[in-house]
Design a protein around this ligand. Structure first.
Ligand code: ATP
Ligand code: MG
Length: 361
């Protein structure tokens, strides 16, 4: 969609821990990359476990309202601390936001920087975010012999499968358009286990195939390719030859597992970005948590958040600006090992890395 090129309003929800350090860093980069003619407006919004401890509310109504009432173009979320034990009345604000805004996809690029040595990894995992085993329908029964048996119900719907597959193929189309070397069409790998779970994963697979064949008035079939991997073989291949993957689409649980595994291939949690995407809203969010061990020390890696901000801008149609942000981040990663934060083996700081990215912009 064509963005409104005159104004941009972005909600900032730093939440807990290093979220308060890396979200301001990302907002400085957004500010620097946009043309000065754009009226940029940041709206600061509260959420988090620390807020809950102070006020008894983890996700204020005002934060939800701002995301729902059309006043924001999109938002950035930092990170929430997860209490180590169950706290009465508390539930995760980002999980609640995803639900309330129907952000049904978690999109996670896994990339090595352009210019780095070795084979380039450039893949994106599109994870269904609303169903599968995460509907949390469990029960436990006592058997005649006194032992217990526990069950979990897994939900796979045609509707949720169709919309996640459509998003994955749309992402593939977009990657095909910007690809310099268009020798081969973008590839969508459908991850499932339909040899065992023939009904649930069978449905997911069938819908993905149908979206490929018939979706977007034939554009997916004409301009992308599709293949499939059983999730076990997917993990094997991901570790052996990650450079061969392009777009992967998966039900919730498999997506969770392969995306954390894939993150380990590219260095640190501190560089892995994500976007929570629905049909009407998008929230950029670094994959890492609140990192209480380093919070407040000024050494959190801001790159995951800067890349998440780039995903948000790209989602909103600011593609050239997003590409410039990514290129600046890659330059810092490849050419300034001295400036990088300790998670990447350096002695640098959040501010130092951010300043270097700003310099390259
Ligand atoms: P949470 O409960 O919020 O998830 P956590 O202790 O699991 O907290 P994570 O944020 O998941 O913390 O991080 C796991 C490890 O990775 C920690 O040692 C943390 O310091 C490190 N880490 C995570 N993000 C970053 C970052 N942006 N920069 C540097 N180190 C990071
Ligand atoms: Mg964690």
């Amino acid at each position: 969609s064509m963005p409104n090129k005159n104004a941009l309003t972005i909600g900032l929800i730093p939440a807990d821990g290093i979220g308060r350090e890396v979200i301001p860093a990302a907002s400085r980069v957004i500010e620097a990359v946009l043309p000065s003619s754009v009226k940029l407006n940041f709206v600061h919004l509260d959420a988090g476990f620390e807020l809950f401890q102070k006020t008894g509310v983890a996700l204020p109504e005002a934060t939800v309202k701002a995301c729902l009432d059309g006043s924001l173009d999109g938002a950035m979320f930092g990170s929430v601390s997860s209490p180590s034990h169950k706290v009465e009345g508390y539930s995760s604000p980002i999980v609640a936001l995803r639900k309330k805004l129907d952000l049904y996809a978690n999109v996670r690029p896994v990339v090595t920087p352009v210019g780095a040595s070795g084979k380039a990894i450039d893949m994106v995992i599109v994870r269904e975010n609303t169903e599968c085993l995460y509907i949390k329908s469990e029960k436990i029964e006592k058997n005649a012999d006194g032992t217990r048996t526990a069950y979990a119900t897994r939900k796979i719907s045609e509707t949720a499968s169709r919309r996640i597959a459509t998003m994955a193929f749309n992402i593939a189309l977009k990657r095909g358009q910007v690809r310099q070397n268009s020798a081969s069409l973008p590839l969508v790998t459908v991850v499932h286990k339909s040899n065992v779970l023939s009904i649930t994963d069978g449905l997911f697979r069938e819908v993905c195939l149908d979206v490929f064949k018939n979706g977007a008035e034939g554009a997916f079939a004409a301009k992308t390719r599709m293949d499939e991997q059983l999730v076990d073989s997917m993990v094997y291949r991901l570790f052996r030859e990650p450079h061969k993957f392009d777009v992967c689409v998966a039900p919730n649980l498999y997506g969770d597992i392969i995306s954390d595994g894939a993150a380990a291939l590219v260095g640190s949690l501190g560089v892995v970005a994500s976007a929570n995407v629905g049909d009407t809203f998008c929230i950029g969010e670094p994959v890492h948590g609140s990192a209480p061990d380093i919070a407040g020390k000024g050494i959190a890696n801001p790159i995951a958040s800067i890349r998440s901000a780039s995903m948000l801008l790209s989602h909103l149609g600011w593609n050239a600006e997003a590409a410039r942000m990514d290129a600046a981040v890659d330059k810092v990663l490849v050419e300034h090992a001295d400036l990088l934060t300790p998670d990447l083996g350096g002695k640098g700081t959040t501010d130092g890395v951010t300043a270097a990215v700003l310099k390259y912009l």
